[in-house]
Design a binder for this molecule. Structure first.
Ligand code: GLC
Length: 441
């Protein structure tokens, strides 16, 4: 992908954002969060839940103000047990069961403590009605529990908590990009957008034309993983056809952790079939079963360390993959091409956002990022950042890696929700007549 395609994609992304803002047909969305940037002074004890990747994580977080926080307790459990004892990702599971599973984890964390509030990061497209109420638009990332689409996520979690007699209810529900924005901005007030590249891919931004109740610019979720004005190739199309939602999440399927390993698998299989992969054995499971090549392999291929080399060798051996130098070189080459394309595509969406009218005047621009690709592939963050810097030489642009962004952001959102409840209560009190109560009959 050359520079002119990168710039063209950035322009298309901006046009799609404009259409979404105008309420017209677009592959992007402008989903309100009802929240604005935090001050960095939020404080208190919060239960923070991260529901959106392969693990469900619950933490007890203390916000200390001035960007400081401490994680007091945490539990993470996979939605799908690797030993096969349970699986909350398929349509054999109901929403009630999934949220029941979340409530069990929350019960373990709240035992013996009395947190102020609970914030939930729920990383799927949802239409927000208020800070604490949001209905699920659809699932992404190959998840599909039934009796959930169109339902209120806050209510479902609230009901599960009541059922298990856990005395706390969600006061804030946010997307993970909004969470990483809040967590990043809690620490650095120059944060103007938040992005995740983990199991899925997405971006949110501070949008001046959308206002919160306190008349501040609102953080909006664009569901950038669904951006569709992209030149996909033969392998992208073949991957898309094998997913649960063909035709959707085009960008996500080209850049995120859920799919990059699969792209490598499909490409290698094609080379094998064309006689270009020495020792290719078509009957092996890896060539016949989708999603059997974990994205981690791309990371091992990029790193020279002996631990990574060992992991790679084991993986090749277990999968009956011929461990020839020729094969390794080919794997590395294709792996780098896949990662490089992902970095360029991601950078083009960031460039689009940083150039928007509401952002352009800020001399210092920071995008808070989190997710497995930024976390486990050090070259990834640096690679995206260097494209941004060369395309936007007139200002200071950086990516802020925000560890545990999804959880810390949920805690900050709960603190902001608490403040907005107090503000509402104060304004209600000042609106009432000072003479005493009025009785409405
Ligand atoms: C998917 C979800 C989106 C989320 C992203 C990153 O694209 O639809 O809401 O932010 O994954 O987890």
């Amino acid at each position: 992908m050359d520079l002119s395609s990168l710039r063209k994609i950035a322009d298309e992304f901006n046009s799609e954002l404009d259409l979404a803002l105008a309420g017209e047909k677009s592959s992007l969305r402008i989903l309100p969060s009802f929240l604005s940037a935090p001050t960095g002074q939020e404080m208190g004890h919060y239960i923070a839940i991260d529901f959106g990747g392969s693990n469900l994580r619950v933490m007890l977080v203390v916000l200390k103000g001035q960007g400081g926080y401490e994680i007091i307790k945490q539990i993470a459990r996979p939605l799908k047990d690797p030993q096969g004892r349970y699986d909350y990702t398929t349509d054999n599971t109901s929403g009630q069961e999934v949220f029941g599973f979340a409530a069990d984890l929350i019960a373990e964390v709240v035992r013996g403590v009395s947190p102020d509030q609970l914030g939930l990061t729920f990383s799927y497209p949802m239409q927000q009605n208020s800070i604490c109420s949001a209905s699920l638009i659809r699932w992404t990332k190959e998840l599909k529990p039934r009796q959930t689409v169109g339902r209120d996520i806050g209510k479902m979690l609230g009901e599960a908590l009541i059922k298990k007699r856990i005395d706390i209810e969600p006061v804030a529900i946010i997307n993970d990009t909004v969470a990483v924005f809040l967590a990043g901005c809690y620490y650095d007030s120059s944060v103007c957008a938040g992005s995740i590249c983990g199991t899925g891919y997405n971006v949110c931004l501070l949008e001046p034309s959308r206002r919160t109740a306190a008349d501040q610019a609102m953080i909006v979720n664009t569901e950038a993983g669904n951006f569709s004005m992209l030149p996909g190739n033969l392998y992208d199309r073949s991957l898309d056809q094998a997913t649960d939602d063909p035709g959707q999440q085009k960008m996500e399927k080209m850049v995120s952790g859920k799919y990059l390993g699969e792209l490598l698998r499909i490409t290698l299989r094609d080379m094998g079939e064309k006689g270009l992969l020495p020792g290719y054995t078509p009957s092996l499971t890896i060539w016949n079963q989708p999603f059997t090549l974990p994205t981690e392999v791309l990371g091992w291929l990029q790193t020279e360390g002996s631990r990574e080399r060992q992991m790679l060798n084991n993986w090749m051996e277990v999968n009956g993959f011929d461990n020839k130098l020729e094969n390794l070189t080919l794997l590395k080459l294709i792996g780098s091409a896949i990662l490089e394309r992902a970095m360029k595509l991601i950078a083009s969406t960031y460039i689009a956002i940083l150039r928007r009218p509401g952002q352009i005047n800020n001399k210092r621009q920071v995008i808070a990022v989190d997710g497995a690709l930024f976390k486990h592939l050090p070259e990834f963050l640096a690679g995206v950042e260097s494209i941004l810097r060369s395309e936007l030489p007139d200002r200071s642009v950086s990516l802020l890696y925000t560890a545990d962004g999804s959880n810390i952001g949920a805690a900050v959102a709960a603190a902001l929700a608490e403040d907005s409840i107090e503000t509402d209560a104060r304004s209600l009190a000042s609106d009432s007549t000072p003479e005493g109560p009025q009785f409405i009959i």
